[in-house]
Design a binder for this molecule. Structure first.
Ligand SMILES: C[C@H](O)[C@H](O)[C@H]1CNC2=NC(N)=NC(=O)C2=N1
Length: 98
């Protein structure tokens, strides 16, 4: 999938399909905060997301404090949001459900 920056209308439409993700202030990324029962579950989630990132060759900007993981998705090569970011968000949301 090309790393083509999405027009704002497409971003808004995609955001509608991913209600748990918010557009960042700078408008070039989407972000979501996950809170788990403990550090171990948070880290297990990060390990699974890392495997998806490697498979997609598309990597998150993220932070972890104890049982909280904050994830920011953007396409560095495009300087903004692409389909890959929303694909990645969908994969991440599915991990939560599994
Ligand atoms: C060379 C390699 O394919 C690129 O640097 C990939 C790696 N992972 C990436 N991750 C993200 N989020 N954006 C990118 O543009 C990107 N590019």
């Amino acid at each position: 999938m090309a790393r083509e920056k999405l027009p704002r209308d497409d971003v808004d439409a995609a955001l509608g399909e991913h209600p748990d993700w918010k557009l960042t202030e700078d408008g070039i990324a989407i972000e979501r905060r996950f809170v788990f029962r403990n550090f171990s579950e948070a880290f297990a989630f990060m390990t699974r997301v890392a495997m998806v990132a490697e498979k997609m060759n598309h990597h998150p900007e993220w932070s972890n404090v104890y049982k909280t993981v904050e994830v920011r998705l953007t396409t560095h090569d495009a300087g903004g949001l692409t389909e890959l970011d929303f694909d990645f968000a969908r994969h991440i949301d599915r991990l939560l459900a599994s």
